[in-house]
Structure formats: structure tokens, C-alpha cells
Design a protein around this ligand. Structure first.
Ligand code: SF4
Length: 380
């Protein structure tokens, strides 16, 4: 039997596509939500297991396009097919342009106990550049309403490294976030793919180039400022007040098993990594006929890859890799197996090591990929 602890449900609908979005989400297809939710329920029953889960995450897309009744029925479907532990963390991503107090009160009653609000910036010009459907006032109202609806575990997402965004602009957004005092913050550097509108606007000179140096300065500022305000930096891109680390994401980072349900959802179960099709119609067609969805990825993780992933994910966490735990799990002395890589990275100032753990340095957190690739098996 598997050891699944976490379930992710993907909701691939958005009111409008943001200009930087690389997630699997469809605009102008909200009318397909009911049929999609029936398919999700079918997939849940096809993958039903007698296992105890303790986190559920509704991500997207924009899960807050679902009605509270739809959320409620999905919660029932999860509980009918898995054993959900009392006190499980149930997170839902929300877009500030789609929620109000009535809605938030209802989804709280439906069982959502952790809200992730996609604020992205507290600057209206930046929000408009990103193509978001909301402005700063909407975001502030959403946060106020979330508190009124008694949510006591709030995450705010912010993006830095935007075209033309100065360190001072970023500082203003961070200070606003700190004033609001959410329990958790996720800060992401903007990354763009060539097909995205924002990429094209930069390429054609409509918007300035992204400056890697400015982004690095913004990240360092966030580290200092959030620490000063009582946030613990526990993962490269994530900060939390003590006790409010995201349990769901910790399952990913600690190499735990998780099940992804819905279009494009990824799973890691029994040493197999898989991903459902990204095609909404194929997904619905297959699952509504009681067949598991076509897989975009379906690979067995070799022992070498499992070790490499555990190192990479471990280094993403600010507590780093516990040397004794690593030895216990893999029966490998990390210094013997990876001595050369570790020495090089210590010399380059990208990692640090004491008797118990190996961690990224501040410079290493900025240049994580420079570190991670060195631990991949040769063939990858
Ligand atoms: S709201 Fe999120 S998922 Fe939807 S288009 Fe914008 S970035 Fe993409």
C-alpha cells in the first residue's frame, strides 16, 4: 500500500490569462467547470485508497472560481475515498478579484482552513503590467475579508524581479505585506517563457529587461526584512511565522508521497512520478468513462535519482540536509559519496557544513541551480 499523505486538486480555469502565466489554466471555459468537477470526483474514486491523508491543496488556475457548494462536494468526495485526519491542513488558492466576505465565510464552513491569496504586488502599475484581474484595493479587501471570515492561516504570494521594478518598489510591497501580517509568505522571482505576452513585450522593447542583479538585491532585502519581522525563512522561496510552515509543500520537499488529481496534476507514489494529461478535453473524456487519465509523464524513480532528489529538495529547505538522517535513509555517507561536489561548493561559498547538516549559504540560495545540477546522476 502507498504512503500518500497529501492530495493536490488542480482547478484549471481562470477568468483571464495573466501575461506571465505558465500554469495549465484555461480562460473562457468556466462553463466546463461542472463537467470537470464530475471528472475530478471520478478520478478520486478511481484512485481511492485506504490511506490517511493530512493535507489537501486546491491549486490552479483559480480555485476560487468554484462555488462554495462545489468546494463542499469536492471535500466530501475526498473524504469518501481517503481517510482524512482530523485537523488536516486544507489550503485553497484564491485570486483577490474573485472573492468577498460571503464567499470566504462559506468556504471556511466547507472546511478550507488555510487561504493562499495571489496578491503578487502592492503596486497597481505592476499588477496591470502583469495582466492581473485585480488591483491593490481588491487585494487589501480580500485580506480584510479573509480575517473577518476567521481565517487564521493566510499566505500571500508576491513576485519580484519584474521589468522596471526597483529595489525600493519591492520594499514598498514587502512593507505593506509585513504590515498586514500574514502567517506565511511565498516570494517568487519572475520567470518567463518565450510564448508569454510579457516575454514578448520585453523582447520588443516595450518593457525594460529584467535585471538579475536587481532581483538578487530584492531577494536579499526580503531575507533581512522578513527575518526582522519574525518570519522564519524555511525554504528558498517561503517564509512563515513559527508553526505556520505549509505542511502540504513540506510533503513535496521532504520526499513524501502525494497524489495529484485533475488536469496536469503530478503525483509521486510508490517511487513513481507521473503527471496527468494537460489537455482538458482528453482528461474529461477519459475519466468520465471511468478510465484513469492519459499520462504525460510516468517514470520510475531509480535509487540514484531518489538520492539526488532528496539532496536537492533537502538543500531547498533552510535547515538543509541532516547528515545522520541521510545516512539512516540511504545507508550512504554523503561526504564519501559526494565529497568532490561538496568540497567544490564549499570553496565556491555556495554551501556551508557543520557536523550535523549541509545547507545553502545566502549566495547559494540565490544561485540554487548552480548547486543542484552537480548532484544529478550523469545520465540526466
Ligand atoms: S491567475 Fe494564476 S493561473 Fe490564472 S492566469 Fe493568472 S497566474 Fe495563471
Amino acid at each position: 500500500m502507498s504512503d500518500i499523505k497529501a492530495i493536490y486538486i488542480h482547478v484549471p480555469f481562470c477568468r483571464r490569462k495573466c501575461k506571465y502565466c505558465s500554469f495549465i489554466s484555461y480562460q473562457s471555459r468556466e462553463c466546463d467547470i461542472p463537467v470537470y468537477l464530475d471528472a475530478i470526483k471520478n478520478e478520486l474514486s478511481l484512485r481511492s485508497e485506504d490511506t490517511v491523508i493530512n493535507t489537501v491543496y486546491f491549486g490552479g488556475g483559480t480555485p476560487s472560481l468554484l462555488t462554495s457548494e462545489q468546494i463542499s462536494s469536492l471535500m466530501s468526495a475526498i473524504k469518501n475515498n481517503f481517510n482524512m485526519e482530523n485537523g488536516s491542513e486544507i489550503t485553497m488558492e484564491t485570486n483577490p478579484g474573485t472573492i468577498d466576505l460571503t464567499y470566504l465565510s462559506k468556504i471556511k464552513a466547507a472546511g478550507i482552513n488555510r487561504l493562499s491569496i495571489g496578491v503578487q504586488s502592492f503596486n497597481d502599475k505592476e499588477l496591470s503590467m502583469l495582466g492581473r484581474i485585480h488591483n491593490v484595493e481588491d487585494a487589501l479587501n480580500a485580506i480584510k475579508d479573509a480575517r473577518k471570515a476567521t481565517f487564521d492561516n493566510l499566505n500571500i504570494d508576491l513576485i519580484y524581479g519584474l521589468p522596471g521594478q526597483t529595489v525600493d518598489n519591492w520594499k514598498d510591497s514587502l512593507l505593506k505585506a509585513v504590515e498586514i501580517n500574514p502567517e506565511h509568505m511565498s516570494l517568487y522571482a519572475l520567470t518567463l517563457e518565450p510564448e508569454e505576452p510579457l516575454f514578448k513585450e520585453i523582447e520588443s522593447g516595450v518593457l525594460p529587461e529584467i535585471s538579475a542583479d536587481t532581483a538578487a538585491g530584492q531577494y536579499e532585502l526580503a531575507e533581512q526584512l522578513l527575518e526582522k519581522h519574525g518570519y522564519i525563512h524555511y525554504e528558498i522561496s517561503n517564509w512563515a511565522k513559527p508553526g505556520f510552515e505549509c505542511h502540504h509543500n513540506l510533503v513535496y520537499w521532504q520526499g513524501g508521497e502525494y497524489l495529484g488529481i485533475g488536469v496536469a496534476a503530478h503525483s509521486y507514489v510508490d517511487n513513481r512520478r507521473s503527471a496527468n494529461t494537460t489537455d482538458l478535453d482528453r482528461y474529461v473524456e477519459s475519466v468520465s468513462h471511468n478510465r484513469l487519465p492519459p499520462q504525460e509523464v510516468d517514470e520510475t524513480i531509480t535509487p540514484e535519482m531518489e538520492i539526488a532528489e532528496s539532496i536537492i529538495l533537502g538543500l531547498r529547505l533552510c535547515n538543509g540536509i541532516d547528515i545522520k538522517d541521510f545516512k539512516k535513509r540511504f545507508n550512504i555517507d554523503i561526504m564519501k559519496r559526494y565529497g568532490r561536489q561538496i568540497e567544490e561548493l564549499l570553496d565556491a561559498g555556495l554551501i556551508k557544513k557543520d557536523n550535523s547538516a549541509i545547507k545553502l549559504t545566502q549566495r547559494g540560495r540565490l544561485l540554487g541551480n548552480e548547486v543542484f545540477w552537480r548532484f544529478l546522476p550523469d545520465k540526466v
